[in-house]
Design a protein around this ligand. Structure first.
Ligand code: SF4
Ligand code: SF4
Length: 223
């Protein structure tokens, strides 16, 4: 694993870090991490050279799952970072409360860095049409729909206040294939219009987005 210097810090960090925002979920509640799978994936990453693990107070179940995974000597092998929910912090005591809770969940007495999770991200999320993170786990679609691209265009339009820019973004949607004959399965270029609602993509989405239904709304908004 390649290592790099991290910003102005002296840390030699692995080129790949482990972001614990979305850990493998339990079968019937995907927002609750499956501990055995989470520990396995985190430890496997560390065993292969990852030495930077990042979580946050507000990632559901993440800090506790990371704390469990970093038992048995794994904590000492990583730079561990979590984040203060600034948008929930009203008074100075809140800082101590959130920090103490994070340390307790992570089963450690120190953090290597403590980042500030700003409300901006929250505002950004509220303005998104669909909470797609472009992870691409839903791809490939057997019918050639480029799911993340459709959602990215829709989100760009919904977050854009400037009418002329929205027009330009919408034109990029119209360049996507609108009929099966124009779809390129090798380089998926399908718009929401070619979705057959087969639902093959739905179980793959960690955001639990009802992809075909959201694509119907996307097409209505952009066509
Ligand atoms: S539901 Fe639509 S987007 Fe999802 S796999 Fe089927 S055709 Fe593709
Ligand atoms: S799996 Fe979900 S979040 Fe990821 S790209 Fe597909 S729709 Fe977006």
């Amino acid at each position: 694993m390649k290592q790099r210097k991290m910003g102005s810090l002296d840390w030699p960090v692995s080129a790949l870090g482990f972001g614990a925002m979305r850990l493998p979920g339990r079968r019937f509640n995907r927002l609750v991490p499956d501990q055995a799978k989470s520990s396995a994936i985190i430890r496997s990453g560390i065993d292969q050279g990852i030495n930077y693990v990042d979580t946050a107070y507000v990632y559901p179940g993440s800090e506790r799952a990371v704390g469990e995974a970093l038992k048995d000597g794994y904590r000492e092998r990583v730079h561990l970072v979590t984040k203060l929910p600034v948008f929930l912090t009203r008074k100075s005591e809140d800082f101590d409360k959130y920090l103490a809770t994070s340390l307790e969940r992570l089963q450690t007495h120190y953090l290597d860095a403590y980042l500030l999770l700003e409300q901006l991200a929250d505002v950004y999320r509220r303005r998104m049409a669909v909470p797609c993170t472009a992870c691409r786990y839903c791809m490939p679609c057997p019918y050639g729909v480029n799911i993340p691209q459709n959602f990215a265009i829709w989100n760009n339009v919904s977050m854009n206040d400037k009418g002329w820019q929205s027009g330009r973004i919408k034109r990029s949607y119209r360049k996507l294939a609108r009929t099966p004959a124009k779809v390129n399965l090798e380089k998926p270029n399908g718009s929401a219009a070619v979705c057959t609602k087969c639902r093959a993509c739905v179980p793959k989405c960690p955001q639990e987005i009802d992809i075909p239904n959201e694509l119907v709304k996307c097409e209505a908004a952009l066509r």
